[in-house]
Design a protein around this ligand. Structure first.
Ligand code: KG4
Ligand code: ZN
Length: 337
């Protein structure tokens, strides 16, 4: 079965073609960074309009690259939530319509399920069950994954998601949007241990996380400083180290508590090199396998939607002629395969 995947939940238009036999045949992402940069964050209405402009040409381009015509597609998967409602509606309407026109089944996919499963794409040796650290712009969750649709959230952020905390901290340091990669870049020039930030919620038991205090800590430190470029780098480093170490502490606890032998890192913040290093060290010390997708599949993309959609379409799931999108949607409500 060959599935076309469409992702439009936020500020990236992503399209991909995944084949059950041959793997990922083509994928392309159009990023809206330049469009939103002058506003310092995503402007939902501009995001929707840009998806309208870019989606069909991107579908054409990806089909071309895969060497396929519409006749070669056996199913269409689109992101149905969570995300920005207007942006989701663009992908869902186009995806559902294409499937209708092409006479193939369509399916709305949960964006976070896409992030969660994509580390398995091209890695035959990643098997259920595993622990997933899902860290994106809107979510920070520790998930006990037993199979497709069998997700138990065992810990999560009580306030800002990890990516959100990166973005907000970068903004207050004047580092622009998107904040995560910008902050990580600046942190490379930081002097280790000039500032040491707390490791929130690690002094008590439990797997929940909280990152908004770190952002406030960065702000008070910055306001009391000389605001030089070096100080910004030092604060960025202290923030990044605190987030990475806090997540490693929570992952260690979750692995010990569940006895799981594999840790999968997914979502945009999974592109952070310090976090990857920290978790790799944890894996070595516990004898646990640590897996993460290639950088370009960490942040939003169509491949993750095509891959997750494939798992469900091939099992016979599909939607009727209508479509539904959800701005908020718990992963735990998904059906198990
Ligand atoms: O998964 P994603 O592309 O979109 C959502 O589903 O939210 O994640 C985007 C988030 C943003 O907050 C971005 O700043 C963060 O991932 N991010 C990073 C890095 N690359 C992207 N955060 C830290 N370090 C990075 N290298
Ligand atoms: Zn995402």
């Amino acid at each position: 079965m060959i599935v076309l995947g469409i992702e439009t939940s936020c500020d990236e238009t992503g399209v991909a073609v995944y084949s059950g036999e041959a793997g990922l045949l083509a994928h392309a992402v159009h990023s809206q960074i330049a469009l939103h940069a002058e506003y310092g964050g995503v402007v939902p209405e501009l995001a929707s309009r840009d998806h309208v402009r870019k989606l069909i040409p991107l579908v054409d381009h990806v089909l071309d690259e895969a060497g396929l015509s519409a006749h070669g597609i056996d199913g269409v998967a689109y992101t149905a939530g969570p995300g920005l409602m207007g942006a989701l509606l663009v992908g869902a309407a186009v995806g559902r319509s294409l499937a209708y026109a092409w006479g193939c089944p369509a399916l709305g996919v949960h964006h976070m399920e896409g992030h969660l499963l994509v580390p398995m794409l091209g890695a035959d040796d990643v098997e259920f069950p595993f622990l997933a650290l899902l860290v994106s712009g809107g979510h920070s969750q520790l998930v006990h994954v037993e199979g497709v649709g069998r997700y138990q959230v065992i810990g999560e952020s009580l306030d800002d998601a990890a990516g959100e905390a990166f973005d907000k901290t970068a903004k207050l340091l004047g580092l622009g949007y998107p904040g995560g990669p910008a902050l990580a870049r600046v942190a490379e020039q930081g002097a280790p241990r000039r500032f040491v930030f707390p490791r929130p919620m690690t002094d008590r038991p439990g797997l929940d996380m909280s990152f908004s205090g770190l952002k406030t800590h960065a702000m008070t430190t910055f306001n009391a400083s000389d605001a030089s470029e070096q100080t910004k780098a030092d604060i960025a480093l202290a923030f990044e180290v605190a987030v990475a170490e806090t997540m490693a502490i929570k992952c260690r606890r979750a692995l010990e508590q569940t006895g799981l032998r594999c840790l999968v890192i997914a979502g945009g913040v999974g592109a952070n090199r310090r976090l990857r290093r920290e978790l790799e060290e944890l894996g070595q010390s516990l004898g646990v396998r640590v897996v993460y997708p290639p950088f370009e599949l960490c942040t939003d993309n169509g491949a993750m939607i095509a891959f997750a959609g494939y798992q469900r379409l091939v099992a016979g799931q599909q939607v009727g002629l209508s479509f539904k999108t959800q701005a908020r949607w718990s992963m735990e409500t998904l059906s198990a395969l």
